[in-house]
Structures are given as structure tokens and as C-alpha cells.
Design a protein around this ligand. Sequence first.
Ligand SMILES: *Cc1c(COP(=O)(O)O)cnc(C)c1O
Length: 232
Amino acid sequence: MPDLTHNLEAVRQRIALAAQAAGRDARSITLLAVSKTFPAEDVRAAHAAGQRAFGENYVQESITKIEALADLRAALEWHFIGPLQSNKTRPVAENFDWVHSVDRLKIAQRLSEQRPDNLPPLNVCLQINISGEASKSGVSIPEAAEVAQAIAALPKLNLRGLMAIPEPAGSIKEQRVPHRQLRELFERLRNDGLALDTLSMGMSSDLEAAVLEGATIVRVGTAIFGARDYAH
Ligand SMILES: *Cc1c(COP(=O)(O)O)cnc(C)c1O
């Protein structure tokens, strides 16, 4: 197992330095530890090292992990961040606290219908396809306002903000461009009257650029848990 205490501290330090450079309070940025492909015991160890929010990409893997960590359920926050097919929404609606990867209205409608009445509304972000996304999913910038308004009207969802997965770029200056586009869209939607407070952007290799452009959640996997082995 990697030294999670050390890695988490190093990532928190990176966030703190970037926040300082941006003139922001580091407490306005939530670290989401992306635990996909890593075992429940790594999540347990990260929790013991002070980490609360975890991100998962695969429905079956994540439900198994959430069940294995049922004793910690009240202390953890689970965020679904992977591509979501419409026939797989129910376990996500029933088990997660957040979904960052809502990329069309139909998915949002199903999540709202399937969210159990005894749970609070599911927090969601609309995934945006900024030009040249690493992932092909996401609503285009011109379509975003209409889809966001429709999602905001759904009863069992709480539309919190926007998410994107920009193509990897070399320099911080280049990395900031798509993050800035996402923030500008976020500001336009807020000016249109949507009560959004979340910009989910930035990963292991570009979290500084994301924080400089206003990220409120950074999603970090490799820098915490190490390289992923998809063979297992
Ligand atoms: C895997 C993943 C991450 C974490 O990426 P790292 O480069 O390992 O930090 C973040 N966001 C999404 C949507 C992911 O799928």
C-alpha cells in the first residue's frame, strides 16, 4: 500500500500553495480522493488519515466497495464521477451522495426518479464537453444553459455546478484555458439565476491550474493512491 498519509499531505499542500497563489482560502476547495481500481482497505486507510470524500467511476466496483465500508458510511461522502449508462442509474441513485458526470437530461431524470425518498436530494454536476475533451461525454457549452435549467427543476436532485475533464496539456498556462472556459460558463449560469456553488475540475496533473481558475472540488487519484492497474 502506498504511504497514503504522506501522499494526502502532499496533495493538500499543493492545493494550499495554489490557493495562496490565487488569493483564495484553501478551505473553499474540497479534495476528492479518486479511489477507482483501489481496494476498500485503501479507502479505509485514507479515511484514517483524515480523508472524507471519495470518487468512483465504475458502478459494480463502487457498490461492492461502499458495502464493504458500510460501517464508515456516515463518515464518508461518495461521489460518482464516471460515465453513467441509463440502465445503471438506480444503484447510483441509491448509494451515492454526489454524481459529477451527469451528461444528459435523461440521466438526470432517472436519478431523480430513482432517488429514495428517505435520502436527501442527490447532489449533481452537469458534465461539460469543453473543446477537445479527454472524455467524449458532456454537454456542449451552447446547450448547457437549457439542460442546466431543466435539471435544476427536478425534485430529488440538487444541481450544484459543473464538471469537466479537459485533455491533458503541458504548461500551467495551457492547462488553465479549458478550466477558465468552464468557470466562465459557471459564472454565466449563475448570472442567469441558477444557484450553483461547485466547479469540479483539476486532477493529479493539473490541479494547480484548476485551483487558479476557481475549482471548488479537485478530483485526485494517482497522486494519492499511486498508478492504476486496470488488469485487476
Ligand atoms: C480517474 C479520474 C480522475 C483522477 O485522475 P488522476 O489523474 O489519477 O488524478 C479524476 N476525474 C475523473 C473523472 C476520473 O475518471
